[in-house]
Design a protein around this ligand. Sequence first.
Ligand code: UD1
Length: 372
Amino acid sequence: MNKIFRTGRSFEPALVDLVIAARPNFMKISPLYRALSAAGICRLRLVHTGQHYDDAMSGSFLRELGLPEPDIHLEVGSGSHAQQTAGVMTAYEAACLEERPDWVVVPGDVNSTMACAVTAKKLGLQVIHLEAGLRSFDRSMPEEINRVLTDSIADVFWTPSADADDNLRREGMTESAIVRIGNIMIDTLETMRSRIEAAMAPGEQHEFGLVTLHRPANVDTHEALGEIVSALVKLSRHLKLTFPVHPRTAGRLREFGMMEALDAAPGIEVIAPLGYIDFMARVFRARLVITDSGGLQEETTYLGIPCITLRPNTERPITVSVGTNRLVARSDLIAAAERALSDHTGTGDVPELWDGRTAERAASHLADLLSC
Ligand code: UD1
């Protein structure tokens, strides 16, 4: 095995922490975990902060994606932003003091991404941001604050697209630290493709829409969530909808007394959150996706499926300029869905380096870093 050793510490392979925290992280870290394990260039420590903890939001993904039980579980759980961030920082600091990693890889833009990056840098550790450089330029989103803060201190930026590179250059980051590796979620999709296809109901028609919602701006106020629910009920008279409900959204639907309206609509199937394979099996078959997720904007672009994103902006503009994604105001949801259903003009293109080989490029770059 071609092991790379820590300088000054003979016979000890470098230690690399891979941080996971919330549902979208698992799809990004699993291909990297596999590629680094196969490369044998370092010792890996899988650190789960516990930001997501329900089996449906965490454990089922680890199992399906072939990730092992985490080496360290920080068990931070839910809370306000400050509580959650502080909890991750305190617990991750203790883990790093117990054994100092040589590099820390933080994925995406959740609270734990930023919390682990800040903790690591204050201990003098080196940080790689996986999915760096994305910007919505909307600081009312907690994720944008997490992205900007993480990138402002990371040592290496693994980016998915040219717009991310440009954002980092504009912010004055060193050119040599910006490494475009591509979109690592596509690696997961391709690795799991045969299992996803096997999970698809044979002969099922494409005539349904898939809905996911969890952004505070869409679900945390009565007005916003009410507007969406009433549009979905109307839309479901023409297009059957499947709606796996995120725990945040389920809580709000109950609190605002809106679950009944969804349950009463014969065209809407309200279900619990799905695992990766069952969820992607529905995405593969969907005629249309309505969402406010980040990852789903990318997966639909890759698959050429029309996507309506209920947001005024996106940190993933390439899914609009190149792919099938359209940003739509809540008030325009029904009209936008009708347009998408009647438009048969094409499926968009797949961005460069969204090719299923991103983890390979990341592992090869990490090998270069470790041998420096
Ligand atoms: C978090 C991320 C968001 C990401 C999303 C993916 C931040 C700021 N937000 O949002 O960027 O897109 O994850 O799902 O990091 N809950 C459960 N079980 C769980 C986890 C959460 O029931 O396993 C409930 C709790 O009531 C919690 C609420 O969902 O208070 C929200 O969870 P939280 O992790 O704070 O934010 P998300 O909305 O999931």
